[in-house]
Design a protein. Sequence first.
Length: 424
Amino acid sequence: MTTANASSTPVGLFANRYRVQGHLGSGGAAEVVRAVDERLERPVALKVFRAGAGAEAAERFALEGRTLARLRHPGLVQVYDYGHWDERPFLVLELIEGPTLRDVLRREPLSPSAAARLGTRLANTLSFVHGHGIVHRDVKPANILIGAGGAPRLADFGVARLTGDAAVTRTGFVVGTPAYLAPEQIRGRQAQPAADVYALGLVLLECLTGRREYGGAPLEAAAARLHRAPAVPGGLPALLRQVLRRMTLTDPRQRPSAIECAEVLGEVMSAAGAVRTQALHLPAPLVRPEPPHPTSAPAAPPTPARRRRGVSLAAATVLGLAALAGGSTLGAAPPAVTPAPAAPAGGPDPAGSTSTPRADVPAAGVPAAAPSAGTAPATDTSGSALPSAPTAGSGPATHAPSKNNANGNGNGNQTTPVKAKRKH
């Protein structure tokens, strides 16, 4: 073994097996380093007990090893081994390549959909832990590791306890991080699974706002929640606001279970995903036929038979249009087209709208061009897709008056009476 002294961070070869490569983090009772198991040739995380931390801390350290060793879940860090070296207990843990949630939130908050996805996975993990009779008691961003693909892994069971077992905790002794303690923990009561649900609610609020709900000194942070409930920000999906308020209720009996939280947060995540999926179903771009290639052979002149078929087709088209117009008579001269008066640049037109051309209002008789392929819908900061501009047939919309309509009524019909030709 090669270390500077018994209380420093391990270096070199630890326990004649683990080659230390670097420092990962430290807590009140232990140091965590990255190492390679030279026997199995795999990377691991070594959590080594700090000498002089006290007998109670050593007991908690051993409890963490026993607790994690009996649990196998994708949302937990796996324990490979537990032992002693140079009078220092140590744990060999699965190495999670990624930052903690605290590191992520230092850069920027999460969108509601991302927070709901994170909360769904963590709530499922807590439900598994609670099902084995274990309360974590220290759910916080620093104890949540973000692994491959953004999957959260709940770590640090050093202060966990079995339900109904208070052997490690002294009477009246509060265990956990003050900023995330449930009100009943502050009052000195034993933590039940509802305390983990409360802490997860505070973690999700911090994910959305980027700040701790109860900051300040430890005593101030602990006492603040006895005087006010957490503030759930507005502008969130209604279902997300509702579940966050329920998770952080003062009375632990009124809070939902971890599995109930996972179900509701899963609905929030699914709803956000449905909105994004719906926004991606855009109409296909309008494809216009290409003009004939200049080198192509000229079309053959129409034969008399072709001319007769063309006249018949034109007559059928006129009959169809006359039936749709309703009120037009055969033999009537086509209505004269009077152009709309041009409005001055930047000023209002006769209908009261500005003369600035709008890309979403097509000219009369020309279908609106659809968004180009690959164009993604605009999104807001919450990650929800913003509604796109209305397209033809999607519902009522306000358009500029048709240029083929002199009086601006937008129906495309000429209102000036037209006299039918007199037969001579």
